[in-house]
Design a protein around this ligand. Sequence first.
Ligand code: IPM
Ligand code: MG
Length: 368
Amino acid sequence: MKKFKVAALAGDGIGPEVMREAIKVLRATEKKFDFTTEITEAPVGWAGIDAAGKALPDATLELCKKSDSILFGSVGLPDRDPTIPKEERPERAALLRIRKEFGLFANLRPVQLPKALAHACPLAKERQGDGIDILVVRELTGGMYFGQPKKTEDLGGGNFRAIDTMVYTTPEIERIAHVAFKAAQLRRKKLTSIDKANVLENGILWREVVTRVGKNYPDVTLEHMFVDNGAMQLMLRPTQFDVMLCENMFGDILSDEAAAIAGSLGMLPSASLGATSNENTFGFYEPAGGTAPDIAGKNLANPIAQILSVALMLRHSFGLNDAAAAIERAVKTAIEAGNRTGDIFSASEANARKVGTREMGDAIAAAV
Ligand code: IPM
Ligand code: MG
């Protein structure tokens, strides 16, 4: 029987309660398919600061290195302790650090609006067409998030100068472009590359390199779109998109927009992968939404993004395609049966029932 080591880092806010449901669903899936996982939980984020004085405690990082994959919750509580320097806060010291440390340059965010959730989409019915199904491929270890210099200078007299630097090299663009083209080949074979080539040097290079890489994928239709237009087109005609390829910051922004169109940020899983994508690829799996401190600990959070992140882990890191598909089907079944957390609930739906985090997890585990 195949056995995998998973580091489960629940983190802050709603992290622990959605992680609990994800592990429940993972356990149910193991019973049906021929694999087992050894899950080790460890603190990260503010939980790491509380437990070991660091957002990414050394022991947690060691555990990650010894694991086949990381199942991550979410980190960051903007209102907590403003005296802790920004470099030590969970967003940078844990999340961005792990992305960089493990070279996880390819972030996949599949956005799907299930038919049963058409009401949760803020767009008019006619804009939803036959359904929205987009894969955002976001570059995750370059661009403005990591470019140097990155600092704030004191100009005196109460004035400051903040600098972030957008940097991309040809190889960085090439490798993420290959990931996006390969993903498009397995889907509807259309790739929209997002850039700002009318203003940014980075955009010009991005467009040149993606065009060149595209020559290797003649079966994929490539189009280029400026990011501002991309944001607008997502609102006007989201069904035109199959795969959207974005640099780090544009992908951060557009994936939230796409998730809202697909019903809720609470539905959006993500996979962050490194250099290879054979079987047993090390990967990092997390919901794209945040810690949602306002609803944390109240059994209100939608666990689906975390549960679908487990499905991505089984597919991309463990090569367990059937088990992954079983989880995705189970999510659909639970939704079609009328289970709704608050974020996807509408009183106008005849057969819908408002349920909590735990009940949603139970329904999905049962459906597996
Ligand atoms: C995301 C998040 C992170 C990001 C934050 C929490 C640092 O918004 O994963 O999309 O900006 O990458
Ligand atoms: Mg984001």
